[in-house]
Design a protein around this ligand. Structure first.
Ligand SMILES: [Zn+2]
Ligand SMILES: [Zn+2]
Length: 368
C-alpha cells in the first residue's frame, strides 16, 4: 500500500477538515497507542491501495508528520475491520434493524420494514434498497455517502428516492448534487424534502415521519416514525355496519387517525434532547436509537457536551425520561472495544426498564 503524506499550509487545508469535526474522526482524533502497533506497520509501503493522510491545522512540526502516519494507519485499520464485518440484523420490537455506526467514521441505520435509512454514512449496500433517507445533520460520517446512494439506485434502476434533510442544509445539498451532476455528467434524480421539526410527511398511508429537536455542534434533528391506526369516531360507535358503510360512501370522515410512535432516531446530539418536553414521542417510541459516543472516565461529560455528543453517564443520569421498550446505543467512539461497550450497556441496563442493545458492527474485541 502506498501512503501519501502531505502537509498543507493552513490556507490550503481541505475544507472537509473544517466541516468534519466529530472528535473521533480518522482525520481529527488523537492517536490511540494501539494504532501504532507493530501489527500494522509492516503493511505500509506494500500493495496497491492508496491512503492520503493530511495533517490537521492544529498540529505542528515532526509531531504532525507522525500524527499523519498514525491517522493513515488508523484509517487503514478501520477499513480492514469494516471489511471483516458480518452484518446481521437485529429483531427488535417487530422490526429487523440493521446498521453500521462508528463515531466519526460512519452511521447508517436501516429499518427495512419502513424502507427507511436513518443517515447514510458511507452508503452500505443494504441502504441502497431503502426508498427514504432521513438525514440528521451534515457531518460526513452521516451524509458522506449520499451521492453514491442516489447514483447506485439509478444504476440498479430503482426509483428516485426521497431524502429528508433539516431545512437549513437543503440548498447546500442541492448544490452538492449540482456539482456532482456537472463533474460526472450524470443524472442524479431524487426528491429532496426540507422537513422541519414538528412537520409531518406521509411515507405510506399507514406511516408518517416527523423530525424532533436535537442538539449538536451544527444544525441537527432526529426523526420519529409513527404508525397510523384508524379508529371509528366515538359518535359513530353505536351505528350498525350498513349505516357506517352508507356514511363512508357519502364522503363523511368516520375515523380518527391515531399516531403511535414506533421508532425514533436521534443522530448526534447532546443529552439535552432527553429534557425537551416536545420530544416526548421520541422517548416513548417502541424503539429509541440514540448515541453514546463516550462511555467511561477517559472522556468527561463536559468534553462530550462540548463536542455535541452524549456521554453514557448522562443517559444514566436522565434514565427516568426513557420510556421506550428498547434503546439501541450507537455512534461509540472508535477508541472503544467490544468489552467496553458491553460493560457500558450493563451499567445503563441497571437503570432503565427498556432493553438496552448496542450496535457494535465494526468494533473489535480487545483480545483479537
Ligand atoms: Zn457523527
Ligand atoms: Zn456529528
Amino acid at each position: 500500500m502506498q501512503v501519501i503524506l502531505t502537509t498543507p499550509s493552513p490556507t490550503n487545508t481541505p475544507p472537509y477538515l473544517h466541516t468534519f469535526n466529530d472528535p473521533i474522526s480518522p482525520f481529527s482524533s488523537p492517536i490511540q497507542p494501539h494504532n501504532l502497533s507493530l501489527n500494522y506497520k509492516p503493511k505500509l509501503g506494500l500493495g496497491s491501495g492508496r491512503v492520503e493522510a493530511v495533517k490537521g491545522s492544529g498540529s505542528g512540526g515532526g509531531t504532525g508528520l507522525f500524527s499523519a502516519i498514525g491517522r493513515a494507519i488508523e484509517e487503514e485499520e478501520y477499513r480492514k475491520a469494516r471489511a471483516e464485518v458480518q452484518r446481521k440484523g437485529f429483531e427488535i420490537e417487530g422490526y429487523s434493524v440493521e446498521g453500521l455506526s462508528v463515531g466519526g467514521h460512519e452511521t447508517c441505520v436501516i429499518i427495512p420494514e419502513f424502507k427507511v435509512a436513518f443517515d447514510i454514512g458511507r452508503c452500505p449496500l443494504r441502504a441502497v434498497h431503502q426508498n427514504f433517507v432521513c438525514i440528521t445533520h451534515a457531518h460526513l460520517d452521516h451524509i458522506g455517502g449520499l451521492p453514491m446512494y442516489v447514483a447506485t439506485r439509478a444504476l440498479y434502476s430503482l426509483k428516485p428516492p426521497t431524502i429528508f434533510v433539516p431545512p437549513s442544509i437543503k440548498d447546500d445539498v442541492e448544490e452538492l448534487f449540482d456539482i456532482h451532476r456537472s463533474m460526472g455528467q450524470v443524472e442524479l434524480d431524487f426528491d429532496l424534502v426540507a422537513l422541519d421539526v414538528g412537520e409531518t410527511y406521509e411515507l405510506r398511508n399507514d406511516l408518517v415521519v416527523r423530525p424532533f429537536k436535537t442538539h449538536h455542534v451544527i444544525p441537527s434533528q432526529g426523526y420519529v416514525i409513527y404508525s397510523i391506526r384508524k379508529k371509528l369516531k366515538k359518535q359513530y360507535i353505536h351505528l350498525k355496519g350498513k349505516q357506517i358503510e352508507k356514511l363512508k360512501k357519502s364522503g363523511v370522515e368516520i375515523t380518527d387517525k391515531i399516531l403511535s410512535p414506533e421508532v425514533a432516531f436521534t443522530g448526534d446530539t447532546t443529552s439535552d434532547f432527553l429534557l425537551e418536553p416536545r420530544n416526548a414521542d421520541a422517548l416513548r417510541a417502541k424503539l429509541l436509537i440514540t448515541e453514546a459516543t463516550f462511555l467511561d472516565d477517559g472522556f468527561s461529560v463536559e468534553d462530550a457536551r462540548q463536542r455535541g455528543h452524549t456521554h453514557l453517564f448522562e443517559l444514566i443520569e436522565h434514565a427516568q425520561w426513557i420510556r421506550n421498550k428498547t434503546v439501541m446505543l450507537t455512534h461509540f467512539s472508535s477508541r472503544y472495544h467490544l468489552e467496553d461497550i458491553r460493560q457500558a450497556v450493563s451499567k445503563l441496563q441497571a437503570k432503565v426498564s427498556a432493553k438496552v442493545v448496542p450496535l457494535t458492527e465494526g468494533f473489535k474485541s480487545m483480545y483479537s
